[in-house]
Design a protein around this ligand. Structure first.
Ligand code: ACO
Length: 323
């Protein structure tokens, strides 16, 4: 069977680490509140002038090097982001230029925190339909640029970063026959726009705007929908929770991550958790967790992974893959 197999993974985090304590001096919050309500202890913020495509290009180079490939080997770049450098062109084309790729095509995918899952599903479709053999899938964000630092209910939650994977078409044989993306499940429901949005944009205010969120409502939807989409994707692959080696969830909040794992009856020992160090990096959080999870020695070749994410839209989904 033709499958999209992961050949390499990498990530990049901006140098500046912002501990929870830094917020205590600016707004009415505490390290204790942030830690117990979200699991977040620190996050990275990009330096002035450091853009989403800069972060994405660093992660892309790391993933290419892990795959033993160069930019010339790629047919396409898909970037999941909600914080592109400019309104246009796509930040994916900027990553393409920065890694020195002169052929193929590049485009952005916008599904907020579910962006990487949507991008993976799109890359998989390009590969299965024969439109591309090797696709670089990047998640990169600079959410620090759209935060309202006066709003304690949102500004403490998010961080900047990037992660990337290289997918390659393969018709595996023997022990590797089963590797690659096995199933995907994507969903959106635009009626929930007001729960999580940015209050600016090109065709409304002409400004970039700031992130607005009804956190407890998003929380409620997340806990219900994430386990549901993960089960649907597993079902499509003919598998169940019992087969899962690692849940690699979108990293928004430790309480959402553990509630989802518990609904799936997967113990926390089989969940990759990075939220304490990265905060919510939106579309970058899953590829960051894949890369860190591999570097930690958690994710190994042959492991069955389930990724799941939900974000603004609402949009949510899951990808089941064998690493
Ligand atoms: N420090 C101290 N107190 C705070 C802070 C803070 N940083 N933020 C909020 N509070 C207060 C609130 O004002 C409220 O006080 P009140 O009761 O006097 O009004 C109290 O804490 C409780 O607020 P809730 O919002 O009910 O707290 P909750 O337990 O729901 O936690 C949180 C809030 C962490 C935001 C949670 O709802 C959450 O994680 N939601 C999901 C958010 C999420 O993951 N969003 C990302 C989706 S992905 C994407 O697309 C970007």
């Amino acid at each position: 069977t033709l499958r999209a197999v992961v050949r390499g993974v990498g990530h990049y985090l901006p140098a500046r680490v912002v501990p929870n304590s830094e917020f205590e001096t600016r707004i009415d919050t505490s390290d204790e509140w942030i830690k117990t309500r979200t699991g977040i202890e620190r996050r990275h913020f990009a330096a002035e002038g450091e853009t989403t495509s800069d972060l994405g290009a660093h992660a892309a180079r790391a993933a290419l090097s892990d795959a033993g490939m160069t930019a010339d080997d790629l047919d396409a770049v898909i970037l999941a982001t909600s914080t592109a450098d400019l309104t246009f062109p796509s930040a994916a084309t900027m990553i393409q230029q920065k890694i020195g790729m002169k052929k193929g095509f590049a485009f952005d995918v916008q599904a907020v925190c579910a962006g990487f899952v949507f991008a993976l599903a799109n890359a998989n479709a390009l590969i299965l339909s024969g439109q591309a053999r090797r696709v670089l899938v990047v998640g990169a964000e600079t959410f620090s640029r759209i935060l309202d630092f006066e709003d304690r209910s949102t500004c403490v939650l998010f961080g900047d970063g990037a992660g990337a994977v290289v997918l390659e078409a393969a018709t595996g044989t023997g022990t590797s026959a089963d590797r690659g993306i096995l199933a995907t499940d994507l969903n959106s429901d635009g009626t929930h726009r007001e729960l999580l949005y940015v209050d600016g944009g090109v065709s409304t205010t002409g400004t970039a705007g700031h992130l607005r969120m009804q956190g407890n409502q998003v929380f409620r939807h997340a806990v219900e929908k994430l386990a549901q989409t993960a089960h649907t994707a597993l079902d499509k692959a003919g598998l169940s929770s019992a087969d899962v080696d690692w849940i690699v969830p979108h990293q928004a909040n430790l309480r959402i991550i553990s509630a989802t794992a518990s609904r799936m009856q997967v113990p926390m020992e089989r969940v990759v958790v990075t939220v304490q160090d990265h905060g919510n990096t939106s579309a970058a959080s899953i590829p960051l967790a894949l890369s860190v999870g591999k570097a930690r020695g958690q994710i190994k070749e042959g492991d069955l992974l389930v990724t799941e994410a939900i974000g603004g839209g609402l949009s949510w989904g899951s990808v089941v893959l064998r690493w």
